[in-house]
Design a protein around this ligand. Structure first.
Ligand SMILES: O=P(O)(O)OC[C@H]1O[C@@H](O)[C@H](O)[C@@H](O)[C@@H]1O
Length: 315
């Protein structure tokens, strides 16, 4: 019996190109026409497009595409520190480093490869990194695009140090929305959160769903693994599924802070919302040889399908 020809050669759907600075970037495509871009600068996903060519991630028109600073948009990776809670630069150094392509990554579950186009990246600390954060690690990132357009990011961080270390982490996900006043988040209601705008004071969420009418910068604690961001005007729902990431950061800078950011347009806060799967409140501690995995899956579905999507487990 002959073998049937593969219907979709995922390798052919992975292209290596250069980004705006001549740094390698990888373009992933699926047979339906969806695509994603990943830059070696920061291991940052810089674009995720639906099969209709719509950009699903926000990038600022004023973004600065120049290393070492991470560009404003897409999915920068915050590691080994989130925010300014620690001795490192804001959100840690990973988003500002040049990553490399990992040609021989340790195997993942076959379902993480089958029927997907994907790329594996790796970040190891430089001498300079070790001076400010003296812990040897290997950070492996798999970014994959599935036949249905789902974008998956899998981070595996291993301690190759002689001593334990701790870190915090976030996938800083800039979602593109029609108008922030038309958006609501479901899945975070009734949770406790730390409010960054009130010296991280702890509050309990009261509303049925989260809506936006002013600046928001919150860390929701012990959140469910499935969260939905509904965009009424665009009739689109982002379903965020996560594993190993108990917290969720919700951020919109609103008017005043937008004006203060040099790489962000004054009115752009209306078109974006950051909803970040994260591990912050309780840092992750790895003993020598231990590995941590943090996984994020993003899908964008017409809003009428969202209630089906919310119930299903991460897969
Ligand atoms: O400008 P940065 O370093 O990318 O950070 C943007 C924002 O990131 C958010 O996630 C933080 O909660 C905010 O406090 C911060 O302002």
């Amino acid at each position: 019996m002959g073998h049937s020809a593969p219907v979709w050669d995922h390798k052919a759907a992975v292209e290596l190109t250069k980004d705006w600075n001549g740094i390698d970037q990888i373009v992933l495509r699926n047979p339906q026409g969806a695509s994603a871009r990943v830059s070696l600068h920061g291991g940052q996903v810089t674009s995720w497009r639906s099969d209709r060519g719509e950009e699903l991630l926000f990038t600022s028109n004023k973004a600065i595409f120049k290393p070492p600073k991470a560009m404003r948009g897409g999915i920068p990776i915050c590691f080994p520190q989130f925010g300014n809670c620690g001795s490192l630069e804001q959100h840690g150094f990973a988003r500002n480093k040049i990553w490399t392509i990992d040609k021989k990554p340790p195997p993942l579950h076959p379902n993480d490869s089958l029927g997907k186009s994907f790329v594996d990246l790796v970040l190891k600390p430089s001498e300079e990194d070790l001076k400010c954060w003296p812990h040897s690690f290997e950070y492996r990132l798999r970014v994959s695009l599935a036949a249905d357009g789902k974008l998956t990011l899998i981070s595996r961080i291993r301690n190759i140090n002689g001593k334990p270390f701790s870190f915090s982490f976030a996938y800083h996900t800039y979602l593109s929305v029609s108008d922030i006043s038309e958006v609501r988040i479901e899945g975070l209601e009734t949770l406790d959160y730390l409010d960054n705008l009130c010296q991280r004071e702890r509050f309990t969420e009261q509303g049925d769903a989260i809506t936006f009418e002013s600046e928001v910068d919150r860390l929701y604690l012990s959140s469910p693994n499935v969260i939905a961001v509904l965009d009424h005007e665009r009739k689109r729902t982002y379903v965020i599924r996560k594993e190993g990431l108990p917290d969720v950061v919700v951020w919109n800078p609103w008017e005043k802070k937008s004006r203060a950011m040099s790489d962000f347009g004054d009115e752009e806060y209306k078109q974006m919302l950051c909803v970040n799967g994260a591990a912050i409140q309780k840092p992750i501690t790895l003993k020598p040889g231990e590995e941590w995995t943090g996984r994020l899956e993003l899908t964008a579905v017409p809003s009428s399908f969202c209630s089906e999507g919310l119930g299903s487990p991460l897969q």
